[in-house]
Ligand binder design. Structure first.
Ligand SMILES: Nc1ncnc2c1ncn2[C@@H]1O[C@H](COP(=O)(O)OP(=O)(O)O)[C@@H](O)[C@H]1O
Ligand SMILES: [Mg+2]
Length: 391
């Protein structure tokens, strides 16, 4: 249930902010007017955002939602504050007159991929001149943020980069990713040195850098702005995954986890705290073997399995299923296919599509991606996906 919180009414609350005090904001509900109790934090957020939004909005949380209690006061009397941590009931949508939108928070890796074309791989002690050098933006996190934003979802990337990496923030922002939760820290940006020889074979040296070094407080401050119903995306290329998932669940977020790169202990730790587990076919096999189980007996609300050219399937705990065929295309580069799929799927769900419709759109986006070389750059935008689906 969404209600519009008018700017006019925010301004009417002319009191100065005092942390710990409560303020009232008048909410214009589609059918009735209510006063909801908001905290000083809510108002700070409102005021912070009002600079770039025409209409602020409030979400009235569903009855029975306990973590972020709200109280309405239809009589208009001041209610006594129970506590100052009482809650971000008030959220904002930027842009004018748009419906309040849910958002995706992607706590994910950012990598710089350095590709060197070499005549052969260097032997111990050898100094070798590379014949060509190309740099690209990668990392499962950055790819998924790019996909979700290109798909049209409000997408915040939470992550860390080191010095001289501002171009990454610029590029993500060009794709529509909101970048203010990307921190600059005293650690090299995660990167890969990829040597590619004449036959196309490669060797890779990977340094996780800032992806594993970023502090947990980064996630806490980003999620302080999230609201129930938003989505947290996670992959296995960062620190703090299970803690981030646990925090997000306490805030009422959906939590989607890509078990990639696959590591059974990472999956084990996070499994109790996620709502959707995303796997490719290889990871699904690895997981079932490692836990000696089947996908159907895994105790997760939703599971998504992508199967390359064979498409993808989704199932939930209640037995609902959906399936999407992959499109018949000439694949030239399948890197980032899974990330494109998941970013689009999460965006589709976030924007209110059914699982089946979200799968269809994600399948089209991923199939289109594999026809193009590159990763995040090569992820198609929503308009391209729509016209591909219309063909
Ligand atoms: N050869 C292909 N032809 C068409 N679509 C593909 C192909 N490979 C991947 N895709 C699309 O990308 C999705 C993800 O691919 P998959 O290989 O399962 O993930 P990952 O990149 O994690 O290995 C598939 O579900 C499909 O929609
Ligand atoms: Mg694959």
């Amino acid at each position: 249930m969404l209600a519009t919180l008018c700017q006019r009414n925010i301004q009417r609350d002319g009191r100065r902010l005092g942390i710990g005090k409560e303020h009232f904001v008048k909410v214009t509900h589609p059918v009735k007017e209510q006063r909801i109790r908001v905290t000083a934090l809510d108002l700070q957020i409102l005021r912070h955002h009002r600079r770039d939004c025409a209409v602020a909005r409030a979400q009235i949380l569903p009855p029975g939602f306990r973590r972020r209690p709200y109280k309405t006061d239809t009589a208009g009397k001041s209610a006594k504050s129970a506590s100052t941590q009482a809650v971000c009931n008030v959220i904002l949508a930027t842009g004018s007159n748009s419906e309040a939108t849910l958002a995706i928070y992607n706590f994910g890796s950012i990598n710089i991929d350095h590709f060197y074309r070499v005549p052969h791989f260097p032997a111990p002690g050898e100094t070798l001149a590379a014949e060509n050098y190309v740099v690209g933006l990668g990392g499962k996190g950055a790819n998924q943020s790019a996909a979700a934003a290109k798909a049209g979802a409000t997408t915040y990337h939470i992550g860390g980069i080191g010095p001289e990496s501002d171009w990454i923030v610029t590029r993500l922002a060009e794709w529509g990713v909101k970048t203010r939760h990307i921190a600059r820290i005293e650690m090299a940006t995660g990167h890969a040195i990829i040597n590619v020889d004449k036959t196309g074979e490669n060797t890779i040296v990977l340094f996780a850098g800032a992806n594993r070094a970023m502090p947990f407080s980064l996630i806490e401050s980003a999620l302080a702005e999230a609201m129930a119903g938003d989505t947290l995306l996670l992959q296995n290329e960062t620190a703090h995954q299970a803690e981030a998932a646990r925090l997000a669940r306490t805030l009422g977020l959906h939590v989607t986890y890509s078990a990639a790169p696959f590591d059974v202990s990472a999956v084990r730790a996070i499994l109790p705290h996620i709502t959707l587990l995303a796997l490719n076919a290889v990871e699904a096999d690895q997981l079932c073997r490692a836990l000696n189980t089947t996908l159907d007996s895994l105790d997760v609300p939703e599971i998504l399995v992508t199967r390359g050219a064979e498409g993808a399937e989704w199932r939930d705990r209640t037995g609902q299923r959906a399936f999407a065929n992959a499109h018949k295309v000439t694949a030239v580069d399948t890197t980032g296919a899974g990330d494109t799929f998941l970013g689009y799927f999460a965006a589709g769900r976030d924007m209110g599509l059914t699982p089946a419709a979200a799968l269809t759109r994600a399948g089209a986006a991923a199939s289109l991606k594999v026809t193009r070389p590159g990763t995040a750059d090569a992820i198609p935008r929503a308009a391209e996906v729509d016209s591909f689906l219309a063909q």
